[in-house]
Design a protein around this ligand. Structure first.
Ligand SMILES: [Zn+2]
Length: 339
């Protein structure tokens, strides 16, 4: 098969479009002909090299995948069935797996992290990761869905326990996870506000944000107080990290919950402990989510209630340019490789 691999860590130039061995049939697994694979910041971290995770090299990235079954394995689905993939991999035997908390499994992994992912023509996955998609959903939109919407659902619904009427502030509302969070929060009846660059403000409001604040030049902690009669946000959806952390904490209402799933701009963060206890704040770390959460979100996706935004598609052979486009930060929505 053809695949995009890297043999050493570095810049986009280490990505090579080349021949790679086809995956072999394995009991309990299916082989998917990949048609679309959406990029995530995780792909960039993998390529640059991760501090705590050693990747087998050469490596094929890609966690957000849609395609058609080439070998259905033991899945009982017909060859050619169109699917998107649940991106989490789990042991299936432990107590956390038994209650659907896949992402707390000690063996938890993400497609394309420790194993090969979707920057390839073919991919072997456990049959439990297959989610059939209806005809009206196209490949690139399906590939743009799983990781960001699973993460946003886990953050807002499971961790922050979103309730009707909550004021939710979504950082970087124009990003993949930001757009997902805006839509999920709106679905649950929250008042939604977002930060973004001024060039993305109109499109961010069109997704369901009541107002969009400039996170480069402004102080969004003042903006959110202005629109909530001085209270601040009940929930902050953080994934930007160092550049916005202090303003995010200041934006919280008393009793507010900050949920975070990333640190795109840096990992160092401070907090004044007096604010943490006196204002009764909750800081909630989030990483992916469980398959039950993804299936609940997927049902709303298939009904057109949740809708990922595709910024731009690139052919698989141009994966390096696609990653540069994501690194540039000008995208609105997901960047997707197709073939
Ligand atoms: Zn497990």
């Amino acid at each position: 098969m053809r695949a995009v691999r890297f043999h050493s860590h570095g810049g986009p130039d280490v990505l090579r479009y080349e021949d790679a061995p086809d995956p072999s049939p394995v009991f309990g697994r299916a082989i998917v002909g990949v048609r679309a694979c959406a990029l995530n910041h995780l792909d960039l971290w993998e390529r640059r090299g991760l501090d705590r995770v050693k990747l087998p090299l050469p490596h094929i990235s890609g966690s957000d995948i849609a395609g058609a079954l080439v070998d259905p394995g033991t899945s009982r689905l017909a060859p050619g069935t169109r699917v998107m993939l649940q991106p989490g991999l789990r042991c299936g035997r432990c107590a956390m797996c038994a209650v659907g908390r896949d992402n707390q499994c000690v063996e938890y992994d993400v497609l394309g992290l420790q194993s090969d992912g979707g920057y390839a023509e073919l991919l072997s996955v456990p049959v439990e990761n297959l989610i059939p998609i209806p005809d009206h959903v196209d490949d690139e939109t399906a590939a743009a869905f799983p990781l960001t919407f699973l993460t946003a659902w886990h953050m807002l619904v499971t961790r922050a326990e979103i309730a009707r009427g909550d004021a939710v502030l979504v950082l970087a509302g124009g990003s993949g996870v930001g757009q997902a969070a805006i839509q999920v929060a709106r679905h649950f009846g929250a008042r939604v506000f977002a930060t973004c660059s001024p060039s993305k403000a109109d499109r961010t409001r069109a997704l369901g944000a009541e107002d969009a604040f400039d996170h480069y030049s402004g102080d969004f902690s003042k903006d959110i107080r202005r629109v909530t009669d001085g209270r601040g946000a009940d929930i902050i959806v953080e994934h930007v990290g160092e550049a916005t952390w202090e303003r995010s904490v200041r934006s919280l209402a008393t009793g507010g919950r900050l949920v975070t799933c990333g640190a795109t701009t840096g990992t160092a963060a401070k907090i004044d402990l007096r604010h943490l206890f006196a204002r009764q704040l909750s800081l909630l770390g989030c990483y992916m989510g469980g398959k039950p959460e993804l299936l609940r979100a997927a049902e709303l996706f298939f009904r057109g209630i949740l809708q990922p935004v595709v910024d731009r598609t690139f052919p698989l052979s141009d994966a390096a340019q696609a990653q540069q486009h994501l690194e540039g930060g000008s995208q609105f929505g997901k960047v997707v490789l197709i073939h």
